[in-house]
Design a protein around this ligand. Sequence first.
Ligand code: ATP
Ligand code: MG
Length: 439
Amino acid sequence: MKIAAPKGTRDILPGEITAWQHVEQVFAEICGRFGYQEIRIPTFEQTGLFQRGVGNTTDIVQKEMYTFEDKGGRSMSLRPEGTAGVVRSFLENGMASWPSPVRLFYNITAFRYENVQKGRYREFHQFGCEAFGASGPAIDAELISLLQLYFQTLGLSRTSLHISSIGCPVCRESYLEVLKKFLQPHLDRLCTDCQERFVKNPMRIIDCKEAVCRGITRDAPAQLDHICSDCQRHFQGLCDNLDSLGLDYIIDRKIVRGLDYYTRTVFEFISENVGTQGTICGGGRYDGLVAAMGGPPTPGIGFALGVERLLMELAAQRVQLPQPAPPTVYLAVTGSMEQQAASLCFALRRAGVRAQTDLLDRSLKAQMKHAGKSGAQFVLVLGPDELAAGTTQLRSLLRENVTAVVRLADLPDLLCGLQDRPAAEQDKIIDDYASTSAI
Ligand code: ATP
Ligand code: MG
C-alpha cells in the first residue's frame, strides 16, 4: 500500500512556515490591541454540539462533517468551525459572568468533507474572533475595523468589505413568506437540495452554488429590504460607525451566512484574486446562539477567516512575507576537531547565534559547499592550528574581502552583534573589531 496524505489535506513545509508564523503572530498581536484574548478549544466535540450550534439544516452539518463513533459508542465530530466550540466553552466556564463584552480569538484547524479545489480543502485553518455581551452596532464596526487593520498591516490592499443585515427572528418570519412566494413558481427547477431547503430553511437557497438556483435567485427579494425598524436602526448604526472610522464598504443584499442563528449584521471580505473561492473571511452577529445552546440570552458577534485563502491572496498581491532565517555562521572542521567545534557551536547557540557545524565527517571542500547551500552568512574554520592560536578567520560568504581574524573567545559576542544586521552595519562591526582587537 502506498501511503499518501489524505485528499484535501496538505503539509506545511519549512519553506512556507515563516509566512504562516507571520500571519499568526500579526493576528494575535492585533487581537491583543483590541482586547481579544486567545482561547484554545478541542479538535472534536460531541456531534450534538454542532447540530445545535451550527444548525441541522446547514450543508456543514448535513454533508460536510467528519463524524465517528468513539470506542464508548458516543457520536463525535471533528470541528467544522470554531464558533460552536467557543460558545460551549463560554457556557461551561461561566464566562457570562466575566466582565462584558467577553472578547476571544482563536487559531484552529477545521475539517469539512468538501469537493477539493483551489482554496477549498478538507482540513484547513481558520483565525476567528467572538465577542459576547454587546448588542449595539459599535462592536460590529470594531470587529470589522480589527480585520481592516489586520489586512492593512499584512500589506493587503484590494480586499472589499461587503455588509448586509439578515434581520432578526421577528422580521425573518415575514421575509421568508415573501421569499417563498417568489420562489414557489420556480420550485420544480431548483436543485434537489434547494427543494428541501424550501421547506426547512428557504434563506439558504440564496447561498446555493448551483448555476440554475443562482439564476432563479438573482432577482429574489432581499432580507435587507424587509427588515424591521429595530434591525434597520442597527444596520444604519453600523454604517454610521464604519463611516466615522473611515472604512469603505459595499452594501451587498446577497450575503447569506452558511450557519443558522445569525441575526442582523453579516459581512464578508472578498478578494478579486481567489476566484470562485473569493471569500477570505465571513462573519456576523448571532444574538440567538447562546440561548439556543441553553445559556442566558447573550448577544454575540464573530468572524472566521480562512488562512489558506488569506495566504493565496497575499501571494496574488505579491506581498513579501518573511523567509526562513539562514544560519549566521557555519563552523567548518578540520583535523578531527569535531568535539571542539561542537562545543564552540553550542556556546554560540547559547549566546543566541544561529550556528551550524559538520556532523557527517565531510571534507573541507564539501563543508564549504554545504555552508554555501545552507545560506550561512559567515564561515570560519576550526582545526588544530586555530585551536592552538585561539583565533580563527571569520569570512563573509556573501561579500568578498569581508574577513577578520577573531579570538575564539570573542566569537559569541561578535556573532550575536552581527546576526540579522544589514550588510553595511556588519561590515562596520567587523572593521571596528579588526582595528581594536590588536591581534
Ligand atoms: P464557502 O462559501 O467558500 O464554502 P463558507 O461560508 O462555508 O465558505 P465559513 O463557514 O464562513 O465558510 O468559514 C469562514 C472562512 O473559512 C471562509 O470565508 C473561507 O475563507 C474559509 N473556508 C471555509 N471552508 C473552507 C475550506 N473547505 N477550505 C479552505 N478554507 C475554507
Ligand atoms: Mg462552505
